[in-house]
Design a protein around this ligand. Structure first.
Ligand code: ADP
Length: 659
């Protein structure tokens, strides 16, 4: 019995959590909506009461005539019934629109929590974790579509109050005017119907949660079919039929699961619930009929019990305004909670050691990776395996290795976007975990391989390297100049104030190479604010060879004595480094200067020669922006269209064997 009630009311699970979320819509609004829903639950019962009294007074009014006491009672009951009816008509739109308002407010709150959780995460782990990413995508999709959101669940829960108020009041009426047993039987029958509907919906929704992966895949195919980026290849390789077949097969698979589950959940129990419900309702109605025939109840009582009983039984149906939103809306909220918990779990791994030290100006002697192990969460495969590496302060260390060797991972560990799973990272013999994460990151200017292209002004794009001094135009311009992008930015329609996105008013789009130099400027701007470590992960991948050569010729000026870590697949740039480190199998397998490593004739020499053999004078990169190399004025975005730059035929092999 207890479990039955739990199933019908769903008190064991989501309702309480939804109720806890309701106040996020505002205490005043929630209270008002609760009040409106209680009134909306009572008004139909008032209507039943009034019309039953009316029916009961009809014989008396007919016999006593207009103006008699019975007549006046009948008119008063009619007025009350009319008031209850009109009241319902007036309040229902309020219920709907205030429910909508509450839903939007709660959804706003949920959005804020989601963004807050995402941004407060110290590391990048939660945003790279596939399971948490799924949660995030799922929640954001519901919010963007305003479909099955947590806010709608809250409004739905309050709407449910109206239904249950009505049910309890109807049962009370039956108990008072006829028999508590009949009231109980009607209540039980209604709850059995509810159990069938509500419980079925709950089981059905579990299927929805189970096939997340299929729905994700299906969404992906849909996106492939309609997004312009994928459109080119799909046409050129003739993938359209394959894509539509694949989508159709997947979608049919998904639907057949749903159909099968629907039959299992709804069809069979439906028969059992219906039989029980009808039995209960039948017994009650039979008792009522017998009492009426025996004359043990009045006409008013009979009308009341009949109307209230039937109204109560009708409440056994599914409530579209509350059942679906409360059941599915909570998935979205569960997703938010799991994402928050995931962020917290990741952050717990970000250790802060005491005493807390101040990293300003560090490293003065060296950065050291000491026996560092690392594997990504959810994977046992070590990416770094007892890595020992020293980066001398004020020097440039280059890291090479095959794709997947762990070079970018090493950068993530240095920036404390992940914590090593073993070993430690030291700055001048202090474990970096003694520094507050934010303080430590202020020591680092970084250009990631997949750097951000902010759809904001050029000044903001550079200024984000050190937001504290972003207003200092002289230093900002100095960083842009050293990155070789200043003249390009000055030539934009509004100079540094130009939004770097064509879709914005007065905006301009930069080429890939220009964007890369903006990102370099951003990293260099961090140096202007006192950062002492410069990390360049493929800083010139989108530059053509001449621009790259120019960049590295000025490398000393560019880095300004920072402790630099350079990752590049081009030996032409790597060879400028003071020290070259070859990474393989999660370890350093060779290190030394370019000449030393060639002389050693090991892996570096092998890879270097491999690249050299493959070298052609065709670079797949962008044409050089002559203005920034020569200081001339060439408008941004207007790329030279003439002859491609001459291949950089010196000792700079190109190719992808090493990066
Ligand atoms: P590199 O920069 O040398 O090409 P990465 O550091 O990017 O290599 O990657 C090293 C290994 O770690 C690769 O096998 C890659 O698949 C894996 N890896 C990278 N990022 C993640 C991640 N977020 N989750 C799980 N594995 C990852």
């Amino acid at each position: 019995m207890k479990n039955y009630l739990r199933g019908a009311l769903d008190v064991g699970g989501s309702y309480w959590r939804i109720a806890a979320l309701v106040p996020a819509g505002g205490a005043g609004l929630s209270t008002l909506l609760l009040f409106i829903n209680i009134v909306l639950g009572l008004l139909p019962v008032l209507f039943i009461l009034a019309t039953s009294v009316m029916i009961g007074r009809v014989p008396g009014a007919v016999s006593d005539g207009v103006g008699s006491a019975e007549w006046r009672d009948l008119v008063a009951a009619f007025m009350a019934a009319a008031a209850a009816f009109v009241g319902q008509q007036i309040l229902s739109p309020f219920q709907a629109s205030l429910g909508e308002l509450l839903a939007r407010r709660v959804d706003g709150h949920v959005y804020q929590r989601l963004i807050g959780a995402s941004l407060r995460s110290t590391g990048i782990g939660p945003l790279e974790d596939q399971k948490l990413l799924d949660e995030l995508t799922q929640v954001v999709t519901t919010l963007e579509q305003s479909f099955r959101t947590a806010g709608l669940a809250c409004a739905g829960l309050l709407a449910l109050v109206a239904r249950y108020t009505q049910l309890v009041a109807c049962a009370a009426v039956v108990a008072l005017v006829f028999s508590p047993f009949a009231a109980l039987a009607i209540f039980a029958a209604t709850m059995v119907f509810r159990k069938g509907n509500r419980g079925g919906l709950r089981q059905y929704s579990r299927l929805f949660a189970r096939n997340v992966a299929m729905r994700r895949e299906s969404r992906y195919y849909r996106a492939l079919a309609i997004q312009p980026a994928a459109g080119k290849e799909i046409r050129v390789f003739g993938l359209a039929d394959w894509l539509s077949d694949r989508y159709r097969t997947l979608q049919l698979g998904l639907l057949s699961l749903i159909w099968a589950e629907r039959r299992r959940i709804y069809m069979k129990p439906y028969l059992a619930y219906t039989a029980f419900g009808f039995a209960m309702a039948g017994i009650t109605l039979a008792l009522l009929g017998r009492a009426a025939a025996a004359g043990t109840i009045t006409l008013t009582q009979l009308a009341l019990a009949l109307q209230a009983g039937i109204a109560a039984l009708r409440l056994g149906e599914a409530f579209p305004e509350s059942d679906t939103p409360t059941q599915f809306g909570m998935f979205a909220y569960d997703g938010v909670q799991r994402f928050e918990a995931g962020v917290d779990a990741f952050d717990e791994k970000t250790t802060q050691l005491e005493p807390r030290l101040e990293p300003a100006g560090m490293p003065r002697t060296e950065l050291r990776f000491e026996d560092v192990d690392f594997h990504y969460p959810g994977s046992e495969r070590p990416v770094l395996d007892g890595l020992n590496l020293v980066l001398p302060a004020g020097r440039c260390t280059a890291i090479v290795g095959l794709n997947g060797a762990g070079k970018t991972t090493l950068v993530k560990l240095l920036a404390r976007l992940y914590e090593p799973t073993g070993g430690r990272i030291l700055a001048d013999s202090s474990d970096v975990r003694h520094f507050a994460v934010d303080d430590w990151r202020r020591q680092i200017g970084i250009i990631f391989q997949d750097f951000n292209r902010y759809e904001l002004t050029a000044a903001e794009n550079v200024g984000f390297g050190a937001v504290e001094i972003a207003g200092d135009r002289d230093r900002l311009r100095a960083a842009a100049r050293r990155a070789g992008i200043l003249s390009t930015l000055d030539r934009l329609p509004s100079g540094l104030e130009t939004p770097l996105a064509r879709q914005y008013k007065g905006g301009s789009e930069l080429s890939g190479g220009q964007w890369q130099r903006v990102a370099i400027a951003r990293a260099l701007f961090a140096l202007e604010n006192g950062a002492s470590i410069l990390v360049l992960d493929e800083p010139t991948a989108a530059l053509d060879v001449r621009a790259e050569a120019a960049f590295f010729e000025r490398f000393q000026d560019v880095t300004r004595g920072a402790t630099a870590l350079l990752i590049s697949h081009r030996f032409s740039s790597v060879r400028h480094a003071d020290n070259i480190v070859v990474l393989a199998g999660g370890k350093v397998i060779e290190q030394g200067s370019h000449d030393d490593l060639l002389a050693t004739n090991g892996r570096y020499a092998e890879l270097f020669r491999l690249q050299a053999e493959r070298f052609t004078d065709e670079e797949e990169t962008e044409p050089v922006d002559e203005a920034d190399l020569a200081g001339d004025d060439v408008p941004a975005g207007e790329e030279p269209t003439g002859a491609r730059p001459v291949g950089y035929a010196g000792e700079a092999p190109a190719g992808e064997a090493v990066r």
